[in-house]
Ligand binder design. Structure first.
Ligand code: FEO
Length: 388
């Protein structure tokens, strides 16, 4: 196995999951990596592990550098199993290792997953651990995105092991930001934030404040590419994400049965476009909700459309709204639209849900019966022009 030395004495020992295409519902079209890092010092330290099916690969990579039984510390920055489910396999070979985790949530979480028999060391925010010529400082980042999350800073190396933060689901044979297509990586970093961290913007902003005080030469996340030359850029992007900074951009999301709601979606698109607003249109039959949510992150407007089906909206639209409710995007101006034959309950229910999510409703639902005529479509287009 190729050993990847990210800094003298510090190695990438994680694994790429090239063909994974779903992370509990989030579409991972470029695969994923579970990054773990081995630090060779007086105390041999492993930062995070990997998802259980990749534990053998982790151990093989470590074995190319040292005898894994010599590991003294396993730092678990986050209990979620994509990083921790390799712990039992590691502890099987490194029987004397101490698992370092956050107090109290990390300890509680790891014990709930893997039992209480291992040697645990629960550390509080601000505590440091000497591992020889280097030290590790633990920075709590609770609810980014679990209660246990922490990041680990090595001041002697100016490296932050950031776990989920600044990560991307991006499988690559290259490991550094300078060696890959950066636009793809930024896109995946945005998608990661939108689908995993968006709900926790306040916590992200707080963590970012702390990270900005650190002297940094490298950010080693537990997913994707390592940041070296583009640290300032990824920090600035997180600043924008966390503050909910919106562009003059509209997202139109809909499903349609017989193309009537679809025609309305296109009329709405024309209205926005005429006002110079960058607009993107997504048919829920053809697009994944996690890709749409990536675009919602920095959009000012969102229009959600559905025909009325059995007195309510279509299930695809309900699923999208449920997903959006969980992620709770901030600062969105929104409205509902849709065609109906009779009843017309869908648009009312969509509007109610948009309100619940916290969107500002900027107009009454736009609705039409059966097939919208050219005149109706022109009216819709004009109404959008006058609305913004
Ligand atoms: Fe990558 Fe929250 O786990």
């Amino acid at each position: 196995m190729n050993c990847v030395e990210v800094r003298e004495g510090i190695y990438f020992v994680g694994a790429a999951d090239w063909n994974v295409r779903s992370f509990h519902g989030y579409s991972t079209n470029r695969g994923a990596t579970y990054n773990a890092y081995l630090i060779i010092d007086e105390k041999i330290t492993l930062i995070d592990t990997v998802k259980a099916p990749f534990a053998e690969e982790l151990i093989r990579r470590i074995s190319d550098i040292i005898d894994p039984s010599k590991i003294d510390y396993v730092v678990s920055n986050h209990v979620e199993m994509d990083h921790s489910s390799g712990i039992p396999a590691i502890m099987e070979v490194a029987k004397n290792a101490v698992i370092v985790t956050s107090a109290p949530s990390g300890l509680k979480g790891l014990q709930a997953h893997y039992g209480s028999d291992y040697n645990y060391m629960a550390v509080k925010a601000g505590e440091t651990l000497s591992i020889g010529k280097r030290s590790l400082a633990f920075v709590a980042t609770p609810m980014l995105h679990w209660p246990d999350n922490m990041v680990t800073y090595c001041p002697e190396e100016k490296i932050l092991f950031s776990n989920d933060a600044f990560g991307q689901h991006f499988a690559s044979s290259k490991h550094f930001d300078v060696d890959v297509n950066l636009e793809e990586v930024y896109q995946e970093a945005k998608k990661y934030y939108a689908n995993i961290l968006m709900l926790y913007g306040k916590q992200a902003a707080k963590a970012l404040e702390i990270v900005r005080t650190l002297d940094l030469e490298m950010i080693c996340p537990s997913h994707g590419i390592i940041w070296t030359k583009h640290i300032a850029e990824i920090l600035d992007k997180y600043e924008e994400f966390a503050t909910g900074k919106a562009k003059d951009k509209a997202i139109i999301v809909y499903d349609s049965m017989w193309h009537s709601t679809e025609k309305m979606a296109h009329a709405i698109l024309e209205g926005f476009a005429k006002k110079g607003v960058e607009t993107k249109l997504y048919d829920l039959k053809e697009n994944h909700i996690s890709d749409i949510m990536t675009e919602v992150l920095d959009a000012k407007y969102i229009a959600v459309g559905s025909p009325t089906l059995n007195n309510t909206m279509m299930p695809t639209v309900a699923g999208f709204l449920c997903y959006m409710e969980g992620l709770h995007p901030e600062n969105k101006k929104a409205f509902a639209f849709g065609s109906y034959g009779w009843g017309g309950q869908a648009v009312v229910k969509i509007q109610d849900k948009l309100k619940e999510i916290g969107c500002e409703i900027i107009c009454d639902p736009i609705k039409t019966t059966y097939i919208p005529s050219e005149e109706v479509l022109n009216t819709i287009e004009t109404s959008i022009e006058t609305l913004i």
